[in-house]
Ligand binder design. Structure first.
Ligand code: GAR
Length: 191
């Protein structure tokens, strides 16, 4: 068992989770030990299987009303939590149990286009509608508010006049796959 064990929380297709599992597959001290999803048909469940990583489905009500998820994390020896397209607000009991040990990626230059309801394509559509000339990604620590903790990295990309929400999403996602795994490695290494 490696000294640092990550749980990835994801609700969607899981392309970031995949990039992270690939990056840490043969890492010396960090491993992805668990995938947690709140969506039954999320692509991330299939990706976990491909990497032989255990996955677990959680129920939204139970997530907020009981501490079963915390017990599961502890029983798996999870040291750090990585949010990768996870759409639920992290409950206080998890933030208290993992202080500065929960990280998130957001597909805009926070604080712009962040907050409740701002996720995935909603973000990119809002950025295009606002006629921004740049967007990008933000990697930050998680606190009790949506998209609000200490920022560890922002990476920008230009928006061309012919960009749509879809082409912008692709550009930002590519940057996410490139930067998120190495930022996680640095963060875990310094914690
Ligand atoms: C990513 O673009 C991530 O930044 C975003 O959801 C997408 C998940 O894609 N997260 C948020 O919007 C959080 N507010 P993936 O499932 O392919 O990794």
């Amino acid at each position: 068992m490696k000294p640092f064990r990550l749980a990835i929380f994801a609700s969607g297709s899981g392309s970031n989770a995949e990039a992270i599992m690939k990056f840490f597959e043969h890492h010396a001290i960090i491993e992805v030990a668990l995938i947690i999803s709140n969506k039954e048909n999320a692509g991330v469940i299939e990706k976990a299987k491909q990497f032989d990583v255990k996955s677990l489905l959680i129920n939204k009500e139970a997530f907020y009303q009981s501490r079963a998820v915390l017990q599961i994390l502890q029983s798996h020896g999870i040291s750090h939590i990585v949010l990768a397209g996870f759409l639920l607000l992290v409950p206080d009991y998890l933030i208290k149990a993992y202080p500065d040990k929960i990280i998130n990626i957001h597909p805009s230059l926070l604080p712009k286009f962040g907050g409740k309801g701002m996720y995935g394509m909603h973000v990119h559509r809002a950025v295009i509608t606002a006629k921004e000339n740049e967007s990008g990604l933000t990697i930050h620590l998680v606190n009790e508010h949506f998209d609000d903790g200490e920022i560890l990295l922002q990476v920008k990309c230009a928006i061309e006049t012919n960009d749509s929400a879809e082409t912008l999403a692709k550009k930002v996602l590519q940057l996410e796959h490139k930067h998120y795994p190495r930022v996680i490695a640095d963060w875990v290494g310094h914690s």
